[in-house]
Write a protein that binds this ligand. Structure first.
Ligand SMILES: [Zn+2]
Length: 435
């Protein structure tokens, strides 16, 4: 799959980033390196022509991922530390494969999925080489209509039961249930390996396992920087890279092995103007391609459809128009984990003098957690308690709730069926499905 990224960046790109902070920044004299992958190509002008310390980088140099580099030479490509880049590339080491290659010893790398292929949910993929096993994601799947009596489905991890001592890590790419939902039920069965994930995802998992007090305590290793590297046994080095998703703190995982690098994208999109987040780290992704990728494991909902996902920022502009013009109360249904959308709703509410009541247990829990961890921002008093709902005039109210897809137990369904404890629809209300 290596050539894919390489070829893509040599073609003219259909979807250019809007002229905003990204392209603006790349033109500024103090910032010679563009963030976009096409800038990596040798004929593309200034990009990568300088290290941050001013020494020239040799443009003629080609990486095929198999060259040997002295340890002293390792850190040779330095992308511009970008103003937006909490997780953006700072330094890039290229010695990984030569470090690992002597260890191959004819061992084979085995990759197998215990869930998540050709189905939506219970994502779980296993990477095994020699005496080392790395598991990526441990999700659950909600039942289909022909599975009465089933609450949810989790991966079958029996295949690993005799190899627990070899499991070096569970890497969790982001906090959606189809990636974390199996953890309370299966972590013990995997021998409770260290769990590598980002801070928000760790918070969501902690919250979830609170309901399972008898489980062994999870040993979290927090992944906070894209230039972090983790040795997982003798055969794997894990390197996260930042991507966009509709939940904050999602990352893709590069797994360097003695036989090559595997890129696992996790669920992802590219958003050049994300909310509460930085754009995906295209520099780093392009660098993986330049160095050589053995396999790209990529999955994204509706990836078969041509076109480009609209930016969360654009969704926010549309939402704000509705909030600005609605005559009475506004009831907005969205997903409990769609925290960027919650941020947009809270921002618009503040701008237009409305207060927000949040209905739905999971939505309340996620918003509280994200606020505590600094991923969600709002003024004190913007979020109101249920007792305030009938005290404020209709044009000052927003109800943010679950049920954007008509889920049968969600708040919106209860309101629609007149079964909600204190909210009933009336004339002048605006109902928004924001999925
Ligand atoms: Zn997801």
């Amino acid at each position: 799959m290596t050539p894919k990224i390489n070829q893509d960046r040599r073609r003219p790109r259909r979807h250019r980033p809007p002229s905003g902070p990204i392209s603006g920044a790349s033109q500024s004299p103090s910032a010679p390196v563009s963030r976009t992958p096409q800038s990596v190509q040798p004929s593309g002008g200034a990009p990568y022509s300088q290290r941050h310390d001013g020494r020239r980088f040799d443009r003629g140099q080609k990486f095929d991922g198999r060259q040997k580099f002295d340890r002293g030479q390792k850190s040779i490509i330095v992308a511009r530390p970008t103003p937006l880049g909490r997780l953006a590339t700072k330094t890039e080491n290229i010695g990984v494969l030569s470090e690992l290659a002597p260890r191959a010893n004819g061992e084979k790398l085995r990759v197998y999925a215990l869930g998540g292929l050709e189905e939506i949910g219970r994502n779980c993929t296993v990477f095994e080489m020699g005496n080392d096993i790395v598991v990526v994601d441990l999700g659950l799947m909600f039942p289909e209509e022909d599975m009465p009596g089933i609450d949810f489905i989790i991966p079958n991890v029996e295949a690993l039961k005799d190899k627990l001592k070899n499991i070096r890590a569970l890497i969790v790419t982001h906090g959606h249930m189809d990636h974390i939902g199996g953890i309370p039920y299966l972590m013990d069965k995997l021998g409770n390996p260290p769990l590598y994930t980002a801070p928000l995802t760790a918070g969501i998992i902690r919250k979830r396992v609170e309901e399972f007090p008898r489980n062994p305590k999870i040993n979290f290793v927090t992944v906070e920087h894209a230039d972090a590297r983790f040795n997982l046994g003798a055969n794997f080095i894990f390197e996260p890279f930042h991507i966009n998703h509709n939940i904050s703190d999602a990352f893709g995982a590069a797994l360097h092995t003695p036989v090559g690098t595997i890129l696992i994208t996790g669920d992802f999109k590219f958003d050049y103007t994300p909310v509460n987040d930085e754009p995906a780290d295209l520099n780093r992704i392009a660098l993986f391609g330049a160095k050589g990728v053995l396999a790209l494991m990529s999955d994204s909902t509706n990836a078969e459809s041509p076109g480009h996902q609209i930016s969360e920022r654009t969704v926010g502009e549309e939402l704000e128009k509705i909030i600005a013009n609605a005559p009475g109360r506004i009831i907005i249904a969205t997903f409990s984990s769609l925290l960027t959308r919650a941020q947009l709703i809270l921002e618009s509410a503040e701008k237009h003098g409305r207060k927000v009541l949040i209905e739905g247990r999971s939505m309340n829990a996620n918003i509280e957690l994200a606020h505590q961890l600094g991923y969600l921002h709002y003024q004190p008093g913007t979020i109101i308690e249920e007792g305030d709902w009938h005290k404020l005039p209709p044009e000052k109210l927003i109800l943010m709730c679950t049920g954007a897809q008509g889920e049968k137990n969600a708040v919106l369904m209860r309101i629609a069926n007149a079964e909600h404890r204190f909210v009933e629809l009336k004339e002048g209300d605006t109902v928004v499905f924001s999925s």
